[in-house]
Design a protein around this ligand. Sequence first.
Ligand SMILES: Nc1ncnc2c1ncn2[C@@H]1O[C@H](COP(=O)(O)OP(=O)(O)OP(=O)(O)O)[C@@H](O)[C@H]1O
Length: 241
Amino acid sequence: MSSQSVEAPPTAVKPPILEIRGLTKVHRTARHELTVLRDIHLTLDAGDTLAVTGPSGSGKTTLLGLCAGLDDATAGSMKLDGHALEHLSQDARAALRNKLVGFVFQSFQLIPTLTAVENVLVPLELRGEVGRQKDAEALLREVGLGDRLDHYPTQLSGGEQQRVALARAFIHRPKILFADEPTGNLDAATSEPIVEMLLRLNRESGTALVLVTHDPGLAAKARRVIKMSGGTVIAEAQNAV
Ligand SMILES: Nc1ncnc2c1ncn2[C@@H]1O[C@H](COP(=O)(O)OP(=O)(O)OP(=O)(O)O)[C@@H](O)[C@H]1O
């Protein structure tokens, strides 16, 4: 009998979905220099949920924008799913984000000349995926817009536009979804299914969620909560969810 021990195969350790080191953002004008984010460090595990809270002007939207690649940092580094963004070309960064990231903006950013269904299909078209009309329609039904499929953004209320934006952010099943005030424009009855949908996406697809919110009820549904003030993270807590 062999005395060789059988070594367990190495377990694949998933990289954090998001790793931020020393992230800083300074806005410079001719006369002023304004540091809106200062030396932020943050690590988020794959599939985790994080609420970003803090008073108006504390830097929450700026942080989200940098994470989602909508803006460039003044200093610091970021990894998405183990990929160091500073080592990638602009095109490679865009492709990585297009694959991994979903984003819901505070101001929806729907394309005015496209219908609700066509707006939801945009992330797929950017990836060259066609023929997913039925999936887009199903998602819109899930957010309660089954009878608004062919409406244009101007024909939708603010809350309805918000829901189209959420469906658009979900359609390619991102690994991480950034949402800036996802229920900010919705009443309690409308926001509940949206929150449920976000949490279901997290549970069933393992999509990590980063939610900027002023709503303590929504923040309580995230496993981790950070509080920002003056461009820095001043407190961090964990919820038993
Ligand atoms: N392009 C810009 N140029 C100069 N200052 C900016 C610019 N964009 C944002 N700021 C400033 O950065 C600070 C942080 O703004 P940010 O939108 O990130 O705050 P926030 O915490 O998301 O606020 P709110 O809860 O009101 O949405 C604010 O003081 C804002 O005035």
